[in-house]
Design a binder for this molecule. Structure first.
Ligand SMILES: [Zn+2]
Ligand SMILES: [Zn+2]
Length: 264
């Protein structure tokens, strides 16, 4: 059973396609489920190119719940959301997390010390930082996100590599420490194929992370992080090859924030 749990919508301001086109794309691929998971309002940045505005969140939920009903019998639609972790703005985010019947919440770190490091408009700062420290800080922040206990799925776990700016340190101890937190929190992580479409030209997370995760028996799921109908389920043949080669035989599924599993 294959499905895509990380699909963005036009409400985020940087994606294309109607909701129906996204769902039809998943049906065309023969998927059993599609999880819509747009960006929750970021709260640390109100730029409409980055995420929906606060007042659009109820509309988003209503639209996805409408899809669930309309496509019932053809494909299962899940109501997901990609919510940031940013310590300074958590209070308001928690209110949003508790207000709606999410099937799952994807947890992301896109900002460190006010720097949205994965936005191509903010590349200058990479010249001034120590990349080793940046990777360590990023992975530690992801661990802090996990330890809040508020999320279900770790998004693009090694997003720090997006622009192919590489650390020189051995990242394996950092991966292991993060994955032990993921396991303790009862969460899973995603194989996110969007990295293939950025300068790094690799899936997130890298194979070594997946190998350690499989060894620790941390569950895994799949997401394209698509921002257009063409990218729904994109490169999932490669994602499946990666998880199978690490020894996984099932993927994590979610309904009403309860994790289940589906054989692959
Ligand atoms: Zn993200
Ligand atoms: Zn995303």
């Amino acid at each position: 059973m294959i499905f895509d749990y990380h699909v963005h919508t036009a409400l985020c301001g940087h994606a294309r396609g109607t909701l129906d086109e996204l769902v039809e794309a998943a049906i065309d691929k023969g998927f059993a489920e599609i999880g819509i998971a747009d960006h929750m309002p970021l709260l640390y940045d109100e730029n409409p190119d980055l995420a929906m505005a606060r007042e659009q969140l109820p509309l988003y939920v209503e639209q996805v719940l409408g899809l669930k009903k309309r496509f019932a019998g053809r494909i299962t639609v899940r109501l997901g959301i990609e919510a940031d972790y940013d310590a300074a703005t958590m209070e308001e985010r928690v209110v949003m997390m508790e207000a709606y019947p999410w099937d799952y919440i994807i947890g992301s770190v896109h900002v460190l010390d006010g720097w949205i490091f994965d936005d191509p408009r903010n590349l200058d700062r990479y010249r001034d930082i120590d990349l080793d420290e940046f990777y360590a800080e990023y992975l530690y922040a992801v661990g802090s996100m996990v330890q809040t206990g508020l999320y279900d799925i770790v998004a693009h776990a090694d997003l720090a590599k997006k622009f192919d700016m590489r650390a020189s340190i051995d990242l394996r101890p950092h991966y292991r420490s993060l994955l032990e937190k993921v396991k303790a929190a009862g969460m899973c992580y995603e194989i996110n194929t969007a990295g293939l479409r950025w300068p790094v030209a690799e899936m997130y997370p890298e194979p070594e992370f997946v190998r350690i995760a499989a060894e620790l028996e941390v569950p895994v799921t799949l997401g394209s992080d698509s921002h257009s109908p063409e990218d729904v389920g994109r490169d999932f043949d490669r994602a499946l090859q990666l998880v199978r080669s690490a020894g996984y035989t099932e993927l994590a599924t979610f309904e009403a924030r309860k994790m289940g599993s589906a054989p692959i």
